[in-house]
Write a protein that binds this ligand. Structure first.
Ligand code: GRF
Length: 203
């Protein structure tokens, strides 16, 4: 059974969806730790509720990103996790961490990549006037939201959508997509071939 560590920064609804999928037996893994860069993240409460240890490296207490990332890297190694899952983790992963855990680290982004990387992806999509929006689960590489894509889910954009409406429609799909991608990883069904991820058939 794969050991999973989750990185989260804020309310942690994706983290909760992953915990729920684990509890329901939809993912063949166990969550061994929550790592957060924000001592006020609600994900800490969610971890506590199910007895998972939280490792807090409060970004604001660090003099610079390099010292923060050095501590984070050490803590990530100590978890002994097979998979690291960025679930609403709001910092760009530095190159050393990305290299150390290449092929073992996932991210979710609230847009159909490669469209609208970076912050406020839902607003970017709305402002651009797209008719289809969505989310992407991908492996983390050294770029910004640029790693090989595992799963994408699309949602319609309606004329009267505001940011809250499109956020909520995409978030619902994020919760489904992330658990599906993590389940595939835990069943050793993902093979990275250059930019592409091949999903092996179920055995
Ligand atoms: C999600 O939309 C995620 O894709 C983005 O930030 C949001 C975090 O939501 N990176 P939550 O903390 O998982 O509720």
């Amino acid at each position: 059974m794969k050991k999973i560590a989750v990185l989260a920064s804020g309310r942690g609804s994706n983290f909760q969806a992953i915990l729920d999928s684990l509890a329901a037996g939809k993912i063949n893994g166990e969550c061994v730790a929550l790592l957060t860069d924000n001592k006020n993240s609600y994900s800490i409460e969610r971890a506590k509720n199910v007895g998972i240890p939280s490792i807090v490296h409060n970004f604001k207490d660090y003099p610079d990103k390099a010292s923060f990332e050095a501590d984070l890297l050490e803590s990530m190694k100590k978890t002994g996790a097979d998979l690291f899952v960025c679930a609403g983790y709001m910092r760009i992963i530095g190159p050393e961490i990305a290299r150390t855990f290449a092929g073992k680290m996932l991210n979710i982004h609230p847009a159909l990549l490669p469209a609208f990387p970076g912050l406020h992806a839902q607003k970017q999509a709305l402002d651009y006037g797209v008719k289809i929006a969505g989310c992407t689960v991908h492996f983390v590489d050294e770029g910004l939201d640029s790693g090989p894509i595992i799963i994408q889910k699309a949602v319609p954009v309606f004329d009267d959508d505001d940011e809250d409406a499109i956020d909520a429609r995409i978030l619902e799909q994020e919760h489904i997509a992330y658990s599906e991608a993590i389940a595939l990883f835990c069943d050793d069904r993902l093979v990275i071939e250059g930019r592409k991820v091949r999903v092996l058939p179920k055995v």
